[in-house]
Design a protein around this ligand. Structure first.
Ligand code: GSH
Length: 174
């Protein structure tokens, strides 16, 4: 894992990511940007992250797209308005509706696809685990789902490694 310094990234980082954003993934000679594309690439390497049968694979990709295009598309804009001092913005109703629809889905299943953890769960839980999103309304099934994914040892380790990496990078800068 490498850290991209925030300062200067709009010019220094464009060769990796045309919008100057993170994440990006280097896998050998292959360079990829967009978190969905990076996750899909990694998931295709192992059936632990994505079923290999046609139906399971298609449904995993479907829920990855839904996480990014139907949930995160609303939640990031809503979150941004919130932290910019507009908590009662026009996106709140849309956000509440999407989260309520998702709560219905998550009320009768533990995992999105194939009755087991897939990369789609990793992506959806990452979209849902944002504190402001979790605090909007009361959605017990969604809360249990986020905890189910983020309590997995692999998630706990990856998160701890990432925080340690950021801490080290901050110390190196100061
Ligand atoms: N659609 C992109 C969004 C990436 C994104 O928004 N990254 C944020 C950090 S989580 C970022 O780099 N923000 C800085 C900026 O947009 O200038 C993806 O999923 O990779």
């Amino acid at each position: 894992m490498k850290t991209v310094p925030f300062d200067g990234r709009q010019t220094n980082h464009l060769a990796q990511q045309p919008f100057g954003q993170v994440p990006y993934l280097a896998d050998g000679d292959l360079q990829l940007f967009e978190s969905g594309a990076c996750l899909l690439h990694l998931a295709e390497k192992s059936d632990k992250l994505m079923p290999t049968d046609t139906e399971g694979r298609a449904q995993t990709i479907q829920w990855m797209m839904a996480s990014l295009n139907s949930i995160e598309m609303v939640s990031v804009a809503w979150w941004f308005l919130n932290i910019s001092g507009e908590p009662d913005n026009n996106l709140s109703g849309w956000m509440e509706k999407r989260l309520a629809q998702l709560e219905d889905v998550l009320s009768d299943r533990e995992w999105l696809v194939a009755n087991r953890f897939t990369v789609a769960d990793l992506l959806l839980a990452d979209v849902l685990r944002v504190p402001q999103v979790r605090e909007l309304g009361n959605r017990p099934a969604s809360e249990r789902y986020v905890a189910r994914v983020t309590n997995r040892p692999a998630f706990v380790k990856a998160f701890a490694d990432q925080i340690a990496h950021f801490k080290q990078a901050d110390e190196a800068r100061s």
